[in-house]
Design a protein around this ligand. Sequence first.
Ligand SMILES: [Zn+2]
Length: 249
Amino acid sequence: MLIDAHIHLEQYNDEEIPLLLEEVDAVIAVSMQLSSCERTLRLSNSYQQVKAAFGFHPEQPLLSPSDEAALFDWIRTYQDEMVAIGEVGLPYYLRQEQAMDDRPYVALLERFVVLAKELDKPIVLHAVYEDASVVCDLLEKHQMSQAHFHWFKGDEAVVKRMIERGYFISITPDCLYEEEIQQLIHAYPIERMMVETDGPWTFEGPFTNKRTSPWMMHSTLEVIASIKGLSIQEAAKIITQNTKAFYRL
Ligand SMILES: [Zn+2]
């Protein structure tokens, strides 16, 4: 049994969730904004395997100052119910669609880094390609070491920097058909690796037209084991231990 280190569980319907949870030991259920945090909290109260993370997804318009303050207050109130701050980060894909000023997003992310540090919780990061170095700067500035870059993609220089800092990454099912992700698995130490689905986000290749669910992580694990020259059992053991230790499960 595996742990899904990053899933948007609150986006699945009530009938799907118990079935999906039969496939895993635990899930790290991340949140998008306040109403999403509230549903994630309810799910973590209903199902023991659901470990909640509270945050604000960066690929959306920013909140008003009062709504942002309400979100931060809410997170502080429920801090004992969460294993991490997340999902937070920078709006890489939004920026490909429209010209935008990044600075307010960086400032918001910095407030989340400070909050995670203050509450002594790990942080779940959406930060790919050139955004990853901006995020590394922020983490270093605040001496925040408990960082998980989910579905990470980036160049060799930032990969090297993240390995030196001991940051974690997680691998998605697209490693079956994306050479870029296979190269990342090759470069990154398995001791700093987790597996995830980012469900209900959908995948291609053998997963075309399939509802994303944690069983897909078994295929991910086969790819990791083969690239790292390990048995599937060995790779599964290391990755599960990594996830348990990182999220203190
Ligand atoms: Zn996500």
